[in-house]
Design a protein around this ligand. Structure first.
Ligand code: DLL
Length: 443
């Protein structure tokens, strides 16, 4: 089911005309109401009326996380606080948190984008949706909640944690859809194994997973272990929360709600806009939000775009699943390494569990990469020679993919800390900014 046939299938030219109209209106509004934007526009020598075509957006300055921090907490709001009905915030690892606000209209818009997301994943009014994203300042829980209610589904607002109860409700309430982070879904799957739940007796058909990077191999693992179809959903607090883009049944990129959020791809080093199809950093501009209309926000997420219509009939711009963040990239002995590359290798190896931790440290002047990965129960109790063989196999695979050597440590099942929200999979001891080594960021 397509939630909003008219807007989601709008012909390209009409879509562009609508974007242009909304964008011009928004630029004028932020210039008039938010001093920080006015200052930035003036410094860059641009005025809202300089935007004649959509392509002119490139002339306008970027907004970064630093701008949000500099204007903490409410400096980038375009409406007085009395019109703001909701505040959300994301913690991040350093400095002040990011604070975002929503008017009543914004909350409705958010529910609309999530309604599209859930329908994209095959959901509808007959579904029973268990929302196991964290409720609170994190946008995951309440974001999914309002969208699910909007389509008339039955919502179970359980939030993250209490994993045994999550499983019990699947059985007792006949839950058909699950919403949580991909890493938490694996934690639930583990509990299902422990409780010896017969998957065929459950009604689970789909999961809407996001808020953290996950590979296609991780998707296969989740689908197999949970007995459902796993859809990728993407979003960020600075734009609206979840509801920015989502996969449909063809899983051929994520449909962006680009009648509300205009995407661009830029070269992360130079900021230059790249042609369609090229890989780079995603940038979004909100063109309908009232309280917090972000202009050209640098997400640091890496993706590419296509405006080709999808086989499902939707015409919105699609983004490729994000393969990581520009600031996720580790430079180890001069080589660029993305955690997603390591994850892909580990997921292909049958004897390992999908739980791992990447530790980077310095030994003397040399960087050292250590990969800790859990081994399946039956393998762990095997003879030492078999474990050594497995260790060797992983080391070789990693070396051939990354081009550098790694120390591989096989650890006992269930010894790497599980997370209820976003998993923390990298500890870089070369920098002091990282949290505790087994800590999971609960969102
Ligand atoms: O994570 C919003 C969200 C909630 C999205 C629930 C999906 C589901 P933040 O906490 O502000 O907001 O974190 C945003 O998380 O810039 C990406 O780096 C990452 N991220 C979100 N979704 C995905 C995804 C929420 N599907 C940051 N794949 C973003 C990869 C994702 N990374």
């Amino acid at each position: 089911m397509i939630w909003n046939q008219e807007m989601e299938c709008l012909p390209r030219e009409e879509r562009r005309a609508l974007q242009l109209y909304r964008l011009r209106r928004t630029l004028r509004r932020v210039y008039e109401t938010i001093p920080a934007y006015r200052r930035k526009f003036d410094e860059a020598g641009v005025k809202p009326d300089d935007l004649k075509h959509l392509e002119d957006l490139q002339k306008f300055p970027f907004t970064s996380k630093d701008d949000l921090r500099d204007n903490y907490p409410f400096g980038l709001f375009a409406v007085p606080l009395k019109d703001v009905v909701r505040i959300h915030s994301s913690s991040g690892t350093t400095g002040k948190p990011v604070v975002v606000g929503y008017t009543r209209e914004d909350v409705d818009l958010w529910a609309e984008t999530i309604a599209r997301t859930i329908c994209c994943a095959g959901g509808g009014p007959d579904d029973i949706i268990q929302v196991a994203y964290g409720y609170g300042l994190f946008t995951g829980g309440l974001g999914l909640h309002y969208g699910a209610e909007k389509i008339g589904a039955t919502v179970i607002p359980i939030s993250g944690g209490n994993t045994k109860r999550q499983v019990m409700l699947f059985e007792d309430f006949g839950v058909t859809m699950l919403a949580c982070t991909p890493s938490y879904s694996l934690c639930i799957a583990e509990m299902m194994d422990e409780m010896k739940v017969d998957r065929s007796k459950l009604k689970l058909k789909a999961g809407v997973f996001g808020a953290e990077p996950w590979s296609n191999s991780m998707r296969n693992e989740i689908e197999e272990r949970m007995g459902l179809k796993a859809y990728d959903i993407y979003g960020l607090s600075e734009i609206i929360g979840p509801g920015v883009s989502s996969e449909c049944e063809y899983q051929d990129g994520l449909h962006i709600c680009d009648d509300h959020f205009i995407p661009e791809i830029v070269n992360p080093d130079t900021g230059e806009v790249l042609p369609e199809g090229e890989k780079g950093e995603l940038v979004f501009t909100c063109i309908t939000k009232q309280a917090f209309p972000t202009i050209r926000f640098r997400t640091r997420d890496i993706s590419r775009l296509t405006t080709e219509p999808c086989r499902c009939g939707r015409t919105a711009t699609r983004m490729e699943r994000t393969s990581g963040r520009t600031d996720d990239m580790l430079i180890i002995r001069g080589v660029n390494v993305f955690p997603s590359q390591i994850e892909s290798v580990l997921m292909e190896i049958e004897e390992t569990e999908p739980h791992y931790l990447i530790v980077v440290d310095k030994r003397g002047s040399m960087d050292e990469l250590e990969i800790r990965v859990e081994v399946r129960e039956q393998i762990f109790s095997d003879e030492v020679r078999k474990l050594e063989e497995l260790q060797h196999k992983i080391r070789k695979e990693i070396e051939s993919v990354l081009g550098i050597s790694a120390v591989v440590r096989l650890v006992e099942p269930k010894t790497i800390e599980r997370s209820m929200g976003k998993a923390k999979r990298v500890v870089d001891r070369r920098t002091l900014e990282n949290g505790p080594e087994t800590g999971g960021k609960v969102s």
